[in-house]
Design a protein around this ligand. Sequence first.
Ligand code: NAP
Length: 360
Amino acid sequence: MSGFKKTALITGIAGQDGGYLAEFLIRRGYKVHGLIRWDSYVDPQDGLKRLSSLGLTDASMTLHHGDVTDAQSVAALIKQVRPDEIYNLAALSQVGVSFTTPAATLDINTKGTLAILDAIRLLDMERTVRLYQASSSEMFGSAPAPQDEHTPFMPCSPYGVAKLAAYWLVKTYRDAYGLHASNGILFNHESPARGEDFVTRKITKAVAGIEAGSREVLKLGNLDSIRDWGHARDYVEGMWLMLQQDVPDDYVLATGQAHSVREFVERAFEQIGMHIVWSGQGVEETGRDKRTGRLLVSVDASLFRPKDVHHLLGNARKAQDRLNWLPRYYFDDLVADMVNADRVLLWREAGGDSAWKMTG
Ligand code: NAP
């Protein structure tokens, strides 16, 4: 007997959700294996910083080099690990980047999922393994808000299209071959571990930098995009709950509250005692400190997406009713957590206490 309750394999373990999920599963007595790309491991200080900042080390889990687009190595890994649960989080997850690398987006986000589904079949593991697929609210695209499991999908980006194809593959394999495979249709979820190229983290890093005097102005694209933002810590619990159900299914996870990028900016600056006053329109719009008139925010036309989703707002009623899932963090708590974490990070980089951990 190994002493572990169950074995989980997480693809994309070095990403935001991967770290929180690994931490969550280890606390529940799981043996956790993670698939990471080779270049996530080149510089452990950088590539695996999310895992180490959650207190996760090589000793607490087993990491395997690989790539979800390499179907044979994915199958070999699943055969070796023989997981009870697979969480497929690996993805090219930046919607904006998917416009410049659409083919790679489809390879990773769609064919990567197919590689896992086929491996489960070929290894005759349909009855022994459960699969979580990281689907996305970006699949709804321009469908009117609020969106739930019955809303028609109208994706607006290569990312949304690739995730939608993977979603349908999961449903098709579930229906055709009896796989225990579930799609989590997750609305935006953020945390102090969010990648620095995502708008929320860009904002909170800049706010911390402006407070510390190391940054001048925050440049942003579309200030009027509206998103339903939750905390990754809540959402990984929802992923796990989906795989604990007797019957696989698809679930929306969302807070049910929508806020604009503009509101995110305002709330983030409020954390450091600054209040933003907006003036001008479109690319001429600026945000200034109400007290001093100092320029803090400007709009950069190059940061607009070729096509943007304007209003995502989720209805997670099904997950509440069937999984008993409810978020603990809402907008204000999320923004406060992220800004405070970036303030501490800056302070640490300047030589403060290195024992600081994520606060989430
Ligand atoms: P993330 O931080 O970007 O993590 C994605 C991970 O996938 C990264 O660690 C990345 O490796 C890895 N990866 C990329 N290409 C790979 C490949 N070819 N083979 C193996 N691994 C690969 O994203 P996240 O925020 O944690 O999101 C997790 C999943 O949920 C993603 O599938 C995302 O699309 C989906 N999702 C996220 C949200 C959200 O708001 N966060 C909402 C809905 C759905 P590197 O670290 O080496 O780049």
